[in-house]
Design a protein around this ligand. Structure first.
Ligand code: GBH
Length: 481
């Protein structure tokens, strides 16, 4: 097999190596066959990439799309880096066939994409925009034609701006259910894997408490708790709507960035502390979904600010799922403690290694603990890693190369640690790398690139980075290279 190499390796070095190995017969490995020592994934493990509508599509006003809160927010002065918006982004709205070819070239079996709610329902509710549905129908067909299975997220933060009050209004959760029913009815013949929402904390807390994300509000705790409740309620309505409007056998889950806790040491007491932290720190989100009620500790802490819950809400919210998707980037470290909650979080020292985004502390073991904590607590039927990846200070050389060795290091180490979870028989079915291509990184605009394909945002040309070659090889060998 001939390794892909874009660089002319120093001729002298190569000659010296050839001389040193003269007469030694080296083993040769065929494409798709792991080398000794490589961690090999089980047959049938699914490799994929992930993107989200507002981050890649552009075409913000095309064919009747209505505005989302992210259109409004990014067009508000001072909200995003450099005033960047998703107006054009990667223009995947027009270039989707090219993007499907990037996926095909990688050899992925699965692709995680999201639907822009306001492209299909411009105000968030009827009437429908048939051209919006057509677009997603074409993307799904293009993927299937290329033997790539679509995994569709219904909501990745781009709330229709026309929905009065956004997530402060309980009506938005109901509207989401109607939208989910419609999508299930119209794409469910071809889409067999659905995720309701992406990362509750980002569209609730970051949007309504911190103000860093759309709609940029800073509401008091009681209202924030209500927004959180409406977020998880939307998920509940969504699961029920998908069940009712798709053929049996359809797989329904969500993509959640449950906070990840890594025990300071692998001893029983610290491992137990990591489980306790996972349960309590994710109390208003994944914990309610999995347990069907708000933990007593959460309710006690929030007191009068606790969310108002109506009859039937918790039953919807905890509808059984076919899988839990975990978006994993970075953890916190935790230790056992005598405090009533039984754990204490560690502060990261200033010297803790970080990737290009300052919030990504490099800790590959977090992907193992993300899976293990959730599985040990709640035993979901299946787990997918619905996102994992990193930004990098990518530089496009005049020859069109990007040598993102830091991203390769990050991915290789995470996949090695994920393999530990697979080997220990946690039910991990697949992995979606974030992201297929550089895109609109929310408040960071275009200043942080997460793609394994570089995008020149002036020409919209895509260039495979070193990490794309690395991922292609990993998929081909079904082993970490
Ligand atoms: C995911 O969010 C998203 O699903 C995806 O859309 C996104 O592109 C990807 O990860 C990469 O970010 O600047 O210190 O205040 C990850 C959750 C929430 C993590 C916001 C960074 C800001 C931290 N992100 N958070 S900081």
């Amino acid at each position: 097999m001939k390794r892909i190499s874009r660089r002319q390796f120093g001729k002298g070095v190569a000659a010296a190596a050839a001389a040193a190995y003269a007469g030694v017969s080296l083993p040769r490995f065929a494409w798709g066959q792991p080398q000794p020592g490589h961690v090999e994934y089980p047959k049938g493990f699914l490799w994929g990439c992930a993107t989200a509508s507002y981050q890649v599509e552009g075409g913000a006003k095309d064919d009747g799309r209505g505005p989302s809160t992210w259109d409004v927010f990014s067009h508000t002065a001072g909200k995003t880096h450099n005033g960047d918006t998703g107006d054009v982004a990667d223009d995947s709205y027009h270039l989707y066939k090219e993007d499907v070819q990037l996926l095909k070239n990688l050899g992925v079996q699965v692709y995680r994409m999201s639907i822009s709610w306001s492209r299909v329902f411009p105000t968030g509710k009827a009437p429908v925009n048939p051209k919006g549905l057509d677009y997603y129908s074409k993307v799904v067909d293009e993927l299937l034609k290329n033997n790539i299975t679509p995994y569709v997220t219904l909501f990745h933060w781009d709330t229709p701006a026309g929905l009065d009050g956004g997530w402060t209004n309980r009506d938005t959760s109901k509207a989401f259910g109607d939208y989910a029913a419609f999508m299930g009815k119209h794409l469910g013949d071809r889409v067999k894997h659905w995720m309701t929402t992406n990362e509750f904390v980002c569209f609730t807390d970051l949007g309504y408490q911190v103000g860093q994300f759309a709609p940029g509000l800073k509401l008091p705790p009681a209202q924030v708790n209500q927004v959180r409740h409406h977020g998880i309620l939307a998920h509940g309505y969504g699961v029920q709507a998908l069940r009712a409007n798709t053929p049996s056998g359809t797989q329904v889950g969500l993509a959640e960035n449950a906070s990840v806790y890594v025990p300071v040491m692998e001893t029983e007491e610290h491992i137990a502390a990591a489980r306790k932290a996972t349960r309590l720190m994710n109390a208003p989100f994944l914990t309610v979904l999995m347990e069907g009620k708000y933990p007593a500790e959460y309710l006690a802490k929030e007191g009068a600010n606790a969310p108002k819950v109506e009859d039937g809400d918790l039953e919807k919210i905890s509808s059984p799922l076919d899988f839990v998707g975990l978006n994993v980037y970075t953890p916190s470290y935790v230790r056992a403690s005598d405090k009533p909650e039984g754990f204490e979080l560690e502060q990261a020292p200033a010297s803790y290694p970080k990737m290009f985004s300052p919030w990504i502390q490099l800790s590959p073991e977090c992907i193992y603990w993300a899976v293990r904590n959730v599985c040990d607590l709640w035993k979901p039927k299946a787990i997918y890693i619905t996102e994992n990846g990193t930004s990098s200070d990518d530089v496009l050389t005049p020859e069109g190369h990007v040598e993102d060795t830091d991203r390769v290091m990050y991915l290789r180490n995470h996949l090695t640690m994920l393999h530990r979870a697979v080997k220990e028989e946690y039910p991990v079915k697949g992995y979606f790398l974030w992201s297929l291509l550089d895109n609109f990184e929310w408040a960071d605009g275009y200043s942080k690139r997460f793609g394994i394909h570089y995008v020149d945002f002036k020409t919209l040309k895509r260039y495979p980075k070193l990490s794309a070659q690395w991922y292609k090889q990993t998929i081909a060998e079904n082993a970490v290279v």
